[in-house]
Design a protein around this ligand. Structure first.
Ligand SMILES: [Zn+2]
Length: 63
């Protein structure tokens, strides 16, 4: 079992159950950016990207 990168919306302080998983940081940022815009109406800017990057952590992949 490998590790996978994970970002949880709740880790950003939002009351939201969205979780993004990816092996690629760029893909993860895309997923979270799309979610943040569509669900939370957030603008995707450098500040948001930096925040999302800071929330990325690795977990054991569960198949
Ligand atoms: Zn969310």
């Amino acid at each position: 079992m490998g590790k996978i990168k994970v970002v949880r919306c709740s880790d950003a302080g939002l009351d939201c159950s969205f979780v993004a998983h990816s092996e690629s940081e760029e893909d993860l940022l895309n997923q979270v950016g799309k979610h943040a815009k569509e669900v939370h109406g957030m603008e995707i800017n450098d500040e948001l990207v930096a925040k999302v990057r800071s929330l990325i952590h690795e977990e054991e992949q569960v198949s």
